[in-house]
Design a protein around this ligand. Structure first.
Ligand code: UT7
Length: 319
């Protein structure tokens, strides 16, 4: 028997306010037609004052804990992936810990932009198998609306806010995380970045992206890293029950599935409703498909993401 990190429950949260493409087209020079055709996005959720990365994360965690039947104080580790923390410090993970009423646990943020949840999952999996804790909350939560340039139609139509969380528990058996692979190539820092920060400008900054370049790298990197995790876990593409991808662009999802020879019906798609929620997109999509009954116990899942850095990664897991 092997000690593995098993997904015991999933949860997610979205801000109350839903903004469709027509509403955006009243503010910037764009159209529903352009956004749908180029990205597949139809709407996104935008956080109001008081809805923050930490508060959305807490709601997602409460739902994941409820689904797992686990009390907050049974959690020994919180890893929160975000590029939009409530404050530069302390970590949003410690804020989530306090709001959940957890007296003592390990808690920290992980920053790998859109790949953040894969980085968080891999770190939490290693720590659980290494004996640092028995149960973990692994979270992706973002409020990208706060770092968008609302006058740049090339980026502001693409992103939304939200959070997703899973409860992981170390258990002997065949289910759980089977393999993870992470990558980074910092030579591409300038293709997707924020033009501010505490140590440079002293400001938060706004998101900037060379979309076409990112798109080109995304399809190649995602197909490669999916191949790697499948090979590590001893599977081929035909064994996959569900792909739970980062939701940046429906065309990236289609192109990646095609490159791997995967049926499009096996790909969980939420980008149409949520837009790109960065580190939150994978756990949000996972929770949607678990709760609507598509993902069932025993299914083989592959999770993948790619984002600023560049960073990219994937995981294979038996749900
Ligand atoms: O989460 C991290 C990973 N991020 C991604 O993976 C994003 C990857 N990139 C993409 O998804 C796509 O490149 C975009 C959706 C960002 C852009 O699609 P594209 O087909 O690459 O379009 P483009 O940037 O080359 O722009 C084509 C045209 C331009 O006009 P001209 O120069 O051809 O006259 C843009 O000015 O579309 C114009 N355009 C818009 N038009 C209406 C750009 N944004 C908009 C807009 N509405 N919102």
């Amino acid at each position: 028997m092997t000690l593995r990190s098993v997904v015991k429950g999933t949860g997610s949260a979205l801000p109350k306010r839903r903004v469709d493409n027509a509403e955006l087209a009243e503010q910037v020079d764009t159209s529903d037609e352009w956004i749908v055709e180029r990205t597949g996005i139809r709407s996104r959720y935008i956080a109001a004052d008081g809805e923050t990365t930490a508060t959305l994360a807490v709601e997602a965690c409460q739902k994941a804990l409820g689904a797992a039947g686990i009390e907050p104080n049974e959690i020994g580790l919180i890893v929160l992936a975000t590029a939009t923390p409530d404050q530069t410090f302390p970590s949003s993970a410690t804020k989530v810990q306090a709001l959940l009423g957890i007296d003592d646990c390990i808690a920290f943020d992980v920053h790998a932009v859109c790949t953040g949840f894969l980085y968080a999952l891999s770190v939490a999996d290693s720590m659980l198998r290494g004996g640092n804790a028995k149960r973990a909350l692994v979270i992706g939560s973002e409020t990208f609306s706060r770092i968008l340039d609302w006058e740049d139609r090339g980026t502001c139509v693409l992103f939304g806010d939200g959070a997703g969380a899973i409860v992981l528990e170390a258990e002997e058996g065949d289910a759980g995380v089977l393999s993870t692979r992470l990558h980074a190539d910092g030579r591409h820092n300038g293709l997707l970045y924020v033009d501010g920060g505490p140590s440079t400008t002293g400001t938060v900054g706004k998101l900037r992206m060379k979309g076409r370049e990112v798109f080109r790298h995304a399809v190649v990197n995602l197909a490669d890293v999916l191949g790697e995790v499948l090979a590590d876990a001893g599977f081929t593409a035909s064994d996959i029950d569900w792909v739970v991808p980062h939701q940046a662009n429906a065309r990236i999802l289609d192109a990646t599935a095609k490159k791997l020879g995967l049926a499009p019906e096996k790909v969980i798609v939420t980008v149409d409703r949520h837009a790109n929620t960065s580190a939150a997109s994978v756990p949000l999509a996972l929770d949607v498909a678990v709760r609507d009954g598509r993902i069932k116990r025993g299914d083989l899942l592959v999770l993948e993401a790619m984002g600023g850095g560049f960073t990219w990664g994937a995981a294979a897991l038996r749900y």
